[in-house]
Write a protein that binds this ligand. Structure first.
Ligand SMILES: [Zn+2]
Length: 372
């Protein structure tokens, strides 16, 4: 059994909801159509010439990338300039492109949680909290006998979670009325006649990121031509999200030793260090990618060192002036950890739903730098 691109998108967005992305970030399905059938997926950090060739050769229908292939509005679709040449090759070969970028950075178990886990950080906090997840209440009116299928469909797509409890719903019996108008093909009653039906009001809670898929599943399982339902925004807050993490090491160590720990746990040949090698490190702030913009937040957490990538000369001087040590483990070095996690997540989803979806990780080295 193959799978629709939309289903894979739903899986990814259940993990890294789109609302977590920074404004203007190019995320989601950038090339392709959600209705396409997908049999094979290539997961990568980056979409380069080499990755596109690999995808064509491996006959995948979908590339899932952390970094978007393009950000700014495209001035043209010429085949002889970057990145439009790559877009053209993907379109010509029918390969879809889906991107989970800053939404995956901020997501639970995303880039920054993976880094924090690799380094064994404890008592994690956010460097830059974003708003908590919005919650909604759905109340749907279901004819007798359909309350269980509709509940199952909604809960199966992520409704009804409260803390450690799943399938939390409430139902009340009542009487629904409706008069089918000419042109209607009613499940119950006759056209033109007022129908009184025994119905249940079935209500449950759903997080913002899963609202559209839960509503879709609800409509599909519901027998009525026109489904009566309400969606209420709630004041209750769901999961909290944020960029970057800060946490404590189980044991304090020198900056020099911590730099070695970073190299070991992220499998890197080299890191750049700013600060005295003897400085004691007990608390670490981190944010994968290019995140010196969060230096003030890293300082506020009381961290002894800030681990990120893409540190510029003047930013390093600024950190020294503010008495913050830095470890620049590279943009690529701090983010590539998410690629195997993405592949693992998709494999697990496909296995759970007994779908034969092949997932491959790109073998291309997309780090533009050599360390000589
Ligand atoms: Zn990045």
């Amino acid at each position: 059994m193959s799978i629709k691109c939309q289903t894979i998108m739903n899986w990814l967005e259940a993990w890294a909801p789109k609302f977590l992305a920074q404004e203007g970030d190019r995320i989601g399905l950038l090339i392709g159509t959600p209705a396409s059938e997908i049999k094979k997926v290539l997961v990568t950090l980056e979409v380069t010439e080499e990755v596109v060739s690999e995808a064509i050769q491996a006959e995948v229908q979908l590339i899932i990338s952390h970094h978007p292939l393009f950000r700014d509005p495209l001035p043209h679709l010429r085949f002889d300039s970057y990145p439009t040449s790559l877009i053209a090759r993907l379109v010509q070969t029918g390969i879809h492109l889906y991107v989970a970028h800053t939404n995956l950075d901020a997501a639970p178990d995303g880039v920054n949680d993976i880094l924090a886990r690799r380094l064994g950080l404890l008592e994690l906090e956010f460097l830059f909290p974003i708003r908590g997840e919005k919650l909604y209440k759905i109340a749907v009116f279901v004819p007798e006998g359909y309350e269980d299928p509709v509940r199952r469909a909604m809960c199966g797509m992520g409704a009804g979670w409260i803390g450690k409890y799943a399938e939390c719903t409430f139902q009340t019996a009542g009487m629904g009325t409706f008069r089918p108008l000419p042109g209607a093909t009613p499940f119950l009653g006759e056209v033109g006649e007022l129908e009184k039906a025994c119905e249940y009001r079935l209500e449950t809670i759903v997080p913002e990121g899963k609202l559209s898929q839960v509503l879709e599943a609800m409509r599909e399982a519901h027998p009525y031509e026109e489904v009566a339902y309400d969606v209420y925004p709630l004041w209750n807050q769901g999961r909290r999200y944020g960029f970057g993490r800060a946490g404590k090491l189980a044991e304090g160590m020198s900056l020099a030793r911590f730099a070695e720990e970073v190299k070991r746990s992220l499998e890197l040949e080299v890191v750049r260090v700013v600060g005295s090698p003897d400085r004691m490190v007990r608390k670490v702030a981190l944010c994968g990618g290019s995140a010196m913009v969060f230096l003030p937040q890293a300082l506020k957490t009381g961290a002894d060192v800030y681990l990120t990538g893409d540190v510029k000369h003047h930013e390093a001087l600024d950190a020294i002036a503010r008495d913050m040590a830095l470890i620049d483990a590279g943009h690529h070095g701090t983010e590539r950890v998410v690629v195997p996690a993405l592949a693992e997540y998709l494999k697990e989803k496909a296995e759970n739903e007994k779908i034969a979806l092949e997932i491959v990780i790109s073998r291309a080295n997309t780090d533009p730098f050599l360390y000589l």
